[in-house]
Ligand binder design. Structure first.
Ligand SMILES: [Zn+2]
Length: 79
């Protein structure tokens, strides 16, 4: 009985539910993330502001070649 109810809830349009959940706040958040992403990031190894995102969660310094794991959108989640 419970299982039947769950199946019914999954059916329909999941994408539509997603959009309703994130709404306009997501657009604001994305704009903020993009602004931070384009800013210069300092290398924890050589201190030069040459760190760029290599992949999601992976950052690379163009000054010394130091590669490190960090946040998905900024090198350090604390920044
Ligand atoms: Zn460096």
């Amino acid at each position: 009985m419970i299982l039947e109810m769950r199946v019914e809830r999954v059916q329909g349009n999941p994408a539509k539910r997603f959009m309703a959940k994130y709404g306009s706040t997501l657009r604001k958040k994305v704009a903020e993330i993009e602004r931070v992403q384009r800013a210069l990031h300092y290398c924890p190894s050589c201190g030069k502001p040459k760190v760029r995102r290599y992949a999601i969660g992976i950052w690379i310094c163009r000054g010394c070649g130091f590669k490190f794991a960090g946040g998905a959108w900024v090198p350090s989640p604390k920044e």
